[in-house]
Every structure is written in C-alpha cells, then in structure tokens.
Design a protein around this ligand. Structure first.
Ligand SMILES: [Zn+2]
Length: 329
C-alpha cells in the first residue's frame, strides 16, 4: 500500500492511509516540516495510490509513473498542484481564481465530481507563500471542502502561514529523515559510498542536495561562511551567498538555503567546542582553529533565524546576509 521508492515517514503515511480508508479524513491538513524532507512525496502518494493500476502505489505501473514525471505536472486526474511561481516565489491570485492553472479556476475544480474510486486532492506547496488575496478566495472552500475533496497544504515556515489558514487546518508534523534513510536515497541516485559522509552532513536530514550542482553550491556556501568566521569580509565571499540570477529558484528560497548552511556550520562549531566528533570533516580543521576566536554561536543562530523570518517580508537579500555576517567576525 506504500510506494517503496519513498523512504521514511512511515508512521504518518500509515495514519493518513488508515484515516482515508476509514472515511475519517476531513477538510484541510497542514503538513509542517523542514524543506526537502519529502512532504510533497507523501502528499502525492495519497493520490497516486488511487490511480495506481494495483491500487497500491506500486510505483511501477503507468498510473504510478504519472506521479514521477519530471517536470511534475500541475494537474493529475485526481490531484491539482498549486505552487509558487516566478522570481518573487508567490502563489498568485490569478493562479487560484482564473483559468491560468486549470480551466474554471481552482474552486471550480474542487467542486467537480472525482474520477471513479478517487478523491480530489488539492496540494498547496509552500503554503506560506499564499498571499492574503489568494487565501481569501480559498478560505471558505478550505474550511468546508466539497465531499471527497481534500486540501493538503505544505510548509517549512508554519509561523509565516496566514493565521486564517492555520486555524482552518489540522497540523501534521514531519520530522527530518534519518541519516540512513537519506543515505539510501542518495545511493539510489548514483552517489558513491565514499561521498556519503559529507553529503549526509550537508543535507542535514533532507533530500535537497541530490542534485550535484545544488550540492556543490551548498559546499561553496559552507566555505564562504567559514571564511567569514575567519575574518574575511562579506563582499569577498558574497557571490556564493547571494541569489544566483540564473537559478530557477526564487530569491527568498536561495537565501534560505544559504542561511540553513550557516546554521549547519554553527551547529558543527558547537559540536567541536563540546569535543564531539566532526560531521563536516572537510571543514573540521578550519573550524577547530576558530575555537579560540570566541565566535558567539548563539547570536549567529539567532540572527540567521531572524533573517529567515524577515525574508518572508521581502527584505533585501544583501542587507540580510551582510547583517548576519557581521555577527560572525
Ligand atoms: Zn502502481
């Protein structure tokens, strides 16, 4: 009953399946958990199971293959996927209301009859990027969806999800994946055993860095942050940290990734100070020689987290990152 190619989150997946089977699935759920830990895959699995030729999310039949297409379609027979778009990374009103995503708009789609033996699933990715205007259109339907229509809202920034949305959805909290789980996925994606330790340390319980270019960028960001801690001025390393204009990722998403890497570096610094074994082996010597410099790890973390919060208020990336770097040297 579960797609074997999806690893982890078994408890949540079993619970969701039980509830659907028992007819105890209602309204809207808010999937909360770190970015890149597979919330979307778990959401898609719900719909995949219903169009699977074996009704089991076998992962190999033509029905299941629909859910593994790259790029992933926005519309499936029983599922509609709403995601932020453009450099600003917002879920636009037109996407919800007009024909842009689906004929007649999202609400109309929600009220159409589901295909035989299926529900209608509406997955809203990065639900914290749903603006007030877009949310207002959805609120009534979110609160009382038509029978057999379910909303799954996904977010890694629950505190930035509009309170009106939060109050209308039930929270499902996802934990980071275990090292052995992400390690196994990496091996399946062609990573070599010898590369695994560093990859696992950088990935920090997520699957964000399966792509080699993404991983290389993360490593250059770790390098940049360590340099800043060593006293190198921000402007000398800013290229690795500031958003890359040629990237498909939204600016805010790119800055979040850079800040997450800083949190990983600071966590590692804390481990070294406590005499615990290093995870980021490649940088361990440099971080080790910084232990006399008395970098305020806690202030650094606080500042990075605050910068992440300010990002959702569309603050300028350079100002945010520069301010964070000042707390480090
Ligand atoms: Zn199948």
């Amino acid at each position: 009953m579960f797609d074997k190619s999806i690893l982890g989150h078994m408890e949540i997946r079993s619970r969701l399946l039980e509830r659907v089977n028992a007819g105890k699935f209602y309204g809207s759920l808010l999937f909360v958990g770190q970015d890149g830990i597979g919330k979307r895959r778990v959401a898609l699995e719900m719909a995949q199971r219903e169009v699977c030729f074996r009704r089991s999310a076998c992962g190999v039949c033509e029905g299941c293959k629909l859910f593994k297409t790259d790029p992933l379609p926005k519309e499936f027979p029983n599922l509609l996927r709403i995601a932020p778009e453009g450099k600003a990374g917002l879920i636009k009103v037109d996407t919800i209301r007009e024909d842009e995503l689906v004929e007649g708009g999202v609400i109309n789609w929600a009220y159409q009859a589901a295909p035989p033996n299926c529900h209608r699933w509406i997955v809203i990715e990065d639900a914290h990027r749903l603006g007030k205007a877009s949310a207002n259109i959805l609120l009534k339907t979110l609160e009382e969806p038509p029978p057999d229509t379910f909303f799954l809202l996904l977010t890694h920034m629950p505190e930035s999800v509009l309170p009106t949305i939060q109050s209308r959805s039930e929270r499902v909290v996802f934990s980071p994946l275990r090292s052995d789980e992400i390690g196994e996925v990496a091996l399946r994606h062609g990573w070599d055993k010898s590369e695994l330790d560093v990859w696992i340390a950088v990935s920090n319980g997520t699957l964000k860095y399966l792509d080699r270019d993404m991983f290389a960028r993360a490593c250059s960001q770790i390098d940049a942050w360590v340099s800043v801690m060593e006293g190198i001025p921000f402007k000398n390393v800013s290229e690795s940290l500031l958003p890359d204009k040629s990237s498909e990722l939204a600016q805010s998403q790119q800055v979040t990734l850079a800040l997450e890497q800083l949190l990983i570096v600071l966590d590692e610094q804390m481990r070294i100070l406590k005499g615990m074994p290093a995870h980021l082996t490649q940088w361990a010597a440099r971080l080790g020689s910084l232990t006399n410099k008395q970098i305020n790890v806690q202030d650094g973390c606080k500042c990075a987290l605050e910068a992440m919060r300010n990002l959702s208020r569309n603050a300028a990336p350079e100002t945010l990152l520069r301010k964070v770097s000042l707390t480090l040297n």
